[in-house]
Design a protein around this ligand. Structure first.
Ligand code: HSE
Length: 379
């Protein structure tokens, strides 16, 4: 199968290397604005050249970002070319439109690397769904934040030092804000949930709390409770919609997520009859991510045309029925917090059980008065 790679960066370069070593994939073009002296195929800056070339069956989008990735991918689908993308921003934002476009034009659209990086996560959701009703999913889906939390727990040091090390090692996004604030993991949860529950939920509807204001004091409070802090994505299928949220969680040491080291991911789904299945591995990086991109190309070459979702039914997100206790650190106690205190700590409080939607709404408002406040649920 002849492919064109859009973006010769970390992942695109990995795909090129893998494809060079195979007889069933041939790279006809690389599109990049930078010089790509080491490639042996045509290098172009003009996407129209690729679009007009009927020999290109599959466009591999590894540019990242929303634009021009969106314009290139939609044009490729309309021109009858399959698309493989690793771009979670694009898929989370335009899922419904892109899937519909691929169906309309009878081409494949695959995005296994967009959630889970090198882990065969989305393809296993797709596989499980053929037989099972998936009722919940989630876990550790961001390597940068796991690296920071793991480093602070086990080696001490400040948040800033751990972030600088994660950036030095290349785990973080170009702008780490989306890793730290939960934007990156939110996109992965949206994509996974849409595929698992055969629905469409919107990014903006999720409750999201990141770790950007985490301090060593919070880690110490967590350790005193003999727990481990992780940034966890969670979604559940409800009778009428989906519960979906991202938040730091103080986990007991006994659960598998508590032991996930460095920048690794651990993602699980629970099916009605199979129970829990977990997937562990590298959620980012050149070759792990390129591995899943190439697997998607091979699936297409073997005739796998369908994308994961059939019905594209909009589903509402409602986190009001999920109740948990929370660790809260804020500079003072307001009326709402006062009403829900279960236990006072040295420098924080534990709430009684409150609903996820209620405490997230409170924390978002509290942030206006106390920008550094921090919440984490207890499981
Ligand atoms: N910055 C992301 C992470 C990369 O740390 O997991 C993969 O999406």
């Amino acid at each position: 199968m002849q492919i064109a790679i859009l973006g010769y960066g970390t992942v695109g370069g990995g795909v090129y290397r893998f494809a060079q070593a195979r007889e069933d994939l041939s790279v006809r073009y690389v599109l990049d604005l930078r010089p790509c002296e080491d490639v042996q195929c045509k290098v172009t800056k003009d996407f129209n050249e690729i679009l007009a070339d009927n020999a290109v069956e599959t466009v591999v989008e590894t540019m990242g970002g929303l634009h021009p990735a969106y314009e290139y991918v939609t044009a490729a689908l309309k021109a009858g070319k399959n698309v493989v993308t690793a771009n979670k921003n694009l898929i989370a934002a335009y899922y419904r439109e892109l899937v519909a476009l691929a169906n309309e034009h009878g081409v494949a659209l695959r995005c296994t690397a967009a959630a889970g990086g090198g882990i065969p996560w989305l393809v296993n959701i797709e596989r499980a769904r053929k037989q099972e009703k998936i009722i919940s999913l989630g876990g550790i889906m961001n390597g940068t934040t796991n690296f920071i939390l793991d480093t602070m727990h086990h080696h001490g040091g400040s948040f800033e030092d751990a972030l600088a090390e994660a950036q030095r090692l290349g785990y973080a996004e170009a702008d780490p804000t989306s890793d730290l604030s939960g934007g990156d993991i939110r996109r992965k949860l949206v994509i996974s949930s849409n595929i698992a529950y055969d629905c469409v939920i919107e990014e903006d509807d999720l409750d999201v709390w990141g770790i950007e204001h985490l301090t060593t004091q919070d880690i110490e409070a967590c350790k005193k409770m003999k727990r481990v802090c992780k940034l966890i994505a969670t979604s559940h299928l409800l009778e009428d919609g989906v519960a979906a949220y991202i938040e730091p969680v103080f986990l007991p040491m006994s659960v598998p997520e508590a032991s996930v080291p460095s920048n690794f991911n651990l993602i699980s789904m629970t099916g009605e009859y199979i129970g829990e299945q977990s997937f562990y591995g590298q959620g980012a990086g050149r070759f792990p991510t390129a591995y899943n991109v190439v697997q998607d190309c091979l699936d297409i070459a073997q005739g796998k045309k369908t994308f994961y979702t059939e019905h594209l039914t909009a589903a509402k997100v409602d986190n009001s029925s999920i109740r948990r206790k929370y660790y809260v650190r804020s500079n003072g106690v307001d009326k709402w917090l006062q009403l829900h205190i279960d236990k006072l700590l040295d420098k924080g409080i534990i709430t009684e059980e409150v609903s996820v939607s209620e405490i997230h709404a409170w924390a978002r408002a509290r942030r206006e008065i106390d920008p550094d406040c921090f919440i984490a649920s207890l499981r």
